[in-house]
Design a protein around this ligand. Structure first.
Ligand code: ATR
Length: 280
């Protein structure tokens, strides 16, 4: 009898909105691999049990999303450099019987940026990052790794200060109301807040203050193009839509479970875009 096909998951609470099953099942199909990727809803009190019983549940590993990423970090026996730096795990797998964790969000962010705005590293100036949640932490880590100075602004300044402290105060914190001055010197603007997401207020910023060569990356992908990106594009700035980070963080995770590195193809991007457009 042949072994059962490998199964991977995305675990979160709630999880119904996740596009990860579309992405990973597309790659399984495209690469002709036997296997399945499914969304699993697990409430916070049950997460530790779930993570510690992966093998018994028949899983080879999976993705971890809100609100479990920090908890997952605390449960793994081995963590990659990226996961340790963020103290958060978005990818779990089993190696030699041990639970291992990685965080592919910084890589996903950088791949999306490199792909959509090639040459951005040559632009002089700082990266202005808006927000101070888990996504901001991953993005700040990525930007520091590429040697970019970071200016951080958040509605709640104390959270931005805590995030900066996590990185040895490398990012400079500014008040939200002082953003105009920071924008004038920026090479890159990254929105990691939920502003601009469907059902949320828009991000009220004057992108006209940015230098003409600046790049605007909004990690919100619901809608696919936020008002921030639309304004920036209308002014001739290069933009990076949020879907790129979602697609690119998935590729290294897939490789952990299924031993093949998949490609983010235009066909995959379109497939996910159609699913998002249907849901809007
Ligand atoms: P994630 O882990 O996805 O980054 P999060 O931890 O909920 O999500 O962070 C959401 C970010 O959006 C925070 O920086 C939050 O600002 P606060 O720290 O002040 O809460 C920001 N945010 C959410 N709603 C906002 C709003 N209406 N105005 C400004 N910032 C907002």
């Amino acid at each position: 009898m042949s072994a059962a096909p490998p199964r991977a998951f995305v675990v979160g609470w709630p999880i119904a909105h996740s596009r990860s099953p579309i992405i990973h099942n597309y790659w399984l199909h495209q690469l002709g691999l036997a296997g399945r990727y499914e969304a699993v809803a697990v409430a916070p009190p049950d997460f530790a049990d779930f993570a510690q019983n992966l093998v018994a549940s028949g899983f080879v590993g999976g993705n971890v999303t809100l609100p479990h990423k920090q908890k997952a970090f605390g449960l793994v026996a081995e963590a990659t450099h990226s996961a340790r730096r963020l103290e958060a795990v978005n990818t779990l797998w089993i190696e030699d019987g041990r639970l291992c964790g990685d965080n592919t969000d910084p890589e996903g962010f950088l791949c999306a940026l490199d792909e959509a705005a090639p040459g951005w590293e040559a632009i002089p100036g700082e990266a202005v990052v808006l927000g101070a949640g888990g996504a901001a932490r991953a993005i700040v880590a990525a930007l520091i790794e590429r040697g970019r100075g970071v200016v951080l602004a958040n509605r709640t300044r104390a959270s931005a200060e805590a995030l900066a402290a996590h990185f040895g105060d490398a990012p400079k914190v500014v008040d939200w109301r002082d953003l105009p001055a920071a924008l004038k010197r920026a090479a890159l603007l990254v929105n990691t807040t939920s502003l601009g997401m469907k059902g949320q207020p828009p991000l009220d910023l004057d992108v006209g203050l940015l230098p003409q060569e600046a790049v605007v990356h909004d990690i919100v992908y619901f809608p696919l193009e936020t008002a921030l990106l639309r304004d920036a594009r209308a002014r001739g700035l290069r933009v990076v839509p949020g879907l790129g980070m979602l697609l690119h963080q998935a590729a290294p995770a897939f490789a952990r479970w299924f031993a093949r590195r998949p490609q983010v193809t235009p066909e995959l991007r379109r497939l996910v875009e159609i699913d998002i457009e249907k849901a809007l």
